[in-house]
Design a protein around this ligand. Structure first.
Ligand code: NAP
Length: 305
């Protein structure tokens, strides 16, 4: 079959929504992890050689940032194996066919440090942090994956970065909005940082951008994010007010104080984060919603019901 698209991680938070709303639904090849383990080099080579793919979208990743910290500097660990070696396997298998197969690597804002020396919000062209001591281990593995895509595939590979991806419902995994909302409903919502800059990705908009990238053959580095930045406090306060109709119930916390108190790394919760989307909007001819519009749209879709 022509125009077949291989999608890995299609049962995850983001990939499963892509499968639901892609205009190329009928062309998606969707192996589960047990059928295609991306860390298995020969399996990846075999699948690339066996089908007439026009694109490969790699959502598959080790995404538990906290767990990844326990594997810091361990290249034999699952995080490195999936996020780096898995991507290397794809890039090398696709290299001989790079004019036909468009490889899209789904990546993250966590390739940037979010520190005061190199603050966001980051443009698409901003260089990812290459110093592992200035990133989480998860962030470093994703940064290495980006480097490999560009080294092996040059201009024919594509990177799509996301940040705190959210959707109206997805039973298997909570996200940056549904988790605090659940905690609020249970009376367990923790105080929320009011001194951290973030943006959020509306998964539906990221999937529509991805569809355009594949269908129209756009290549390069793209961001899918709210068009503006906010703080976790502002975001969750607006969410709780809009969904549960209560104002001024969310308590604030200071990231700065939290770091001082716990001695955690400043790179674990990037203080000056966020992704800019101007270049992506111009290249794809689309507009991303603001973070308030995203919450409003998710509520229409049933968020919090
Ligand atoms: N969630 C976020 O906050 C966030 C933020 C920015 C960017 N991203 C990026 O967006 C992408 C999708 O994230 P997500 O939140 O949808 O992730 P997710 O829900 O954790 O899903 C990841 C998927 O990858 C699969 N997978 C893991 N190891 C694999 C392997 N060795 N071979 C094949 N499949 C494997 C998992 O399958 P099993 O469940 O069967 O293991 C799962 O279906 C990732 O690349 C992530 O880095 C995520």
């Amino acid at each position: 079959m022509k125009n077949l698209i291989l999608v890995t991680g299609s049962e995850g938070l983001v990939g499963s929504r892509f499968v639901e709303i892609s205009q190329r639904k009928n062309f998606l090849h969707l192996p589960k992890e047990i059928e295609l383990d991306i860390t298995d080099k020969s399996e990846i080579k075999a699948v690339i050689e066996s089908y007439n793919f026009s694109a490969v979208v790699n959502f598959a990743a080790f995404t538990d940032v906290g767990k990844a910290e326990n594997e810091k500097d361990n290249k034999k660990g699952d995080c490195w194996q999936v996020n780096v070696e898995g991507v290397r396997n794809f890039a090398e298998a696709i290299k001989p066919h790079k004019e036909r197969i468009h490889f899209v690597q789904v990546s993250t804002d966590m390739v940037f440090s979010g520190s005061s020396e190199d603050p966001g919000a980051y443009e698409e062209s901003h260089p990812p942090e290459a110093d592992s001591s200035k990133l989480t281990w998860y962030g470093f593995t994703k940064s290495e994956a980006e480097r490999i895509v560009s080294e092996v595939l040059g201009n024919s590979g594509t990177i799509l970065r996301l940040i705190y991806p959210v959707r109206s419902n997805f039973e298997p995994k909570l996200d940056y909005l549904r988790k605090p909302l659940k905690l609020y409903d249970e009376g367990k919502l923790y105080p929320v940082f009011s001194d951290q800059q973030i943006s959020v990705t509306f998964i539906d908009e990221a999937c529509r951008a991805l569809d355009k990238i594949i269908i129209e053959g756009h290549k390069g580095i793209f961001h899918a994010s709210s068009s503006d930045t906010t703080t976790p406090y502002e975001l969750i306060s607006y969410l709780v007010e809009k969904v549960r109709g209560v104002k001024d119930v969310v308590k604030t916390a200071s990231l700065e104080e939290h770091l001082n108190k716990t001695g955690s790394s400043i790179y674990r919760y990037p203080k000056f984060g966020g992704l800019k989307v101007d270049e992506t909007e111009n290249k794809l001819g689309i507009k991303f919603s603001s973070w308030r519009e995203i919450i409003d749209k998710l509520i229409v879709q049933g968020l919090g019901k």
